[in-house]
Design a protein around this ligand. Structure first.
Ligand SMILES: [Zn+2]
Length: 330
């Protein structure tokens, strides 16, 4: 084992790589033997091209690997190590296991065990649905919402229920547009189908492809689902589009719904006559981050400051409230 900063067997590098034990880098490049991709989001595939050249293996769940290929992130086939949840693999004296995380389809937590240490990284997650990794010497945690100031006052269920009723209402008048990030859009498709929304869904070809993969993962059909070139303005169809499409599409007739965990004014916030923000997030709220750590009881916590905005506050809070030594890195 090559101990990291301060002698700890885990660290977050200045370029956002999570270093676990002596062999594994997760979600960033650090020139190590094994690269793990916890899920297919952009801020977790940093340096993947470099890792693909340098590392011996690129490890991810089967769904994440399929997502990556749809998103055009190529990993040389001879370096791909497809790993299901809870199936440990031994690499040069260290044991690597992916654990389930609820975030987007295929998301994983990472656990690495070596001689005399056991460390873990949550990746992006939310609760419930992400079993805490226990008995860790060091836990590296994602805290997208890192303080009580960003705490939503409603649960995910309230947000989905509010979204479903807005969608039903909008469909009575015509087309409904839902904007969100990859992964979140596909999860919402599934959640709406589960709640009985039966209108046709439409999206760009890439979003449709990701939805087909996610639908298999969740075990819920998202049909009827077509590509959006088949949609006529005003038809009762739910169009799913990447958040970046909002500016160019918002003038179209219909109801426009933006999914954003940053909306704290209400579970649904009316921006204008036909534009609403729905406060739905794929990340643990601040309270859930604390809840996870409380249950996991690691001996030490590192809060990922590369991705979280309030990591230093979060670390201080963990030390004071839970009595667990904690720091923000990098
Ligand atoms: Zn993510």
């Amino acid at each position: 084992m090559r101990p990291e900063r301060g002698g700890l067997p885990a660290a977050v590098s200045s370029r956002g790589a999570i270093l676990l034990g002596g062999r594994v880098e997760a979600d960033g490049y650090a020139g190590r033997l094994v690269r793990v991709v916890t899920h297919a989001h952009e801020d977790h595939t940093i340096g993947l091209a470099s890792s693909s050249r340098r590392a011996l293996f690129v490890v991810a769940t089967p769904v994440t690997l399929r997502f990556l290929s749809v998103l055009g992130k190529r990993v040389p086939p001879h370096k791909v190590l497809e790993l299901d949840y809870d199936r440990p693999v031994e690499v040069d004296g260290e044991r690597l296991t992916l654990r389930r995380a609820r975030h987007i389809a295929g998301s994983a937590q990472v656990e690495v065990e070596g001689s005399g240490f056991r460390v873990g990284y949550t990746g992006d997650f939310k609760l419930p649905g992400t079993p805490p990794m226990r008995d860790l010497d060091v836990l590296v945690v994602d805290a997208t919402y890192g303080s009580p100031a960003s705490q939503r006052r409603w649960g995910e269920w309230d947000a989905i229920a509010a979204l479903a009723s807005l969608v039903e209402e909008g469909l009575r008048m015509g087309t409904v547009y839902i904007y969100g990030f990859n992964g979140k859009l596909q999860e919402v498709m599934v959640e709406l189908r589960v709640r009985g929304v039966s209108a046709p869904f439409a999206a760009d070809p890439r979003t449709v492809q990701l939805a087909r993969i996610a639908s298999e993962f969740y075990g819920v059909s998202v049909d009827p689902l077509v590509t959006h070139d088949k949609v006529v303005d005003g038809e009762p169809v739910v169009v799913f589009a990447h958040t970046s499409r909002f500016r160019s599409s918002r003038r179209r007739p219909g109801l426009h719904l933006r999914l954003t965990g940053m909306e704290l004014r209400g579970v649904v916030y009316r921006v204008s006559d036909n534009v609403y923000n729905v406060s739905f997030s794929d990340h643990a709220s601040f309270r859930e981050v604390i809840e996870y750590i409380e249950e996991a009881r690691p001996r030490r916590v590192i809060v990922d400051a590369y991705r979280g905005r309030e990591a230093r506050f979060t670390a201080k809070y963990i030390e004071r409230r839970l009595g667990i030594p904690a720091e923000a890195q990098p």
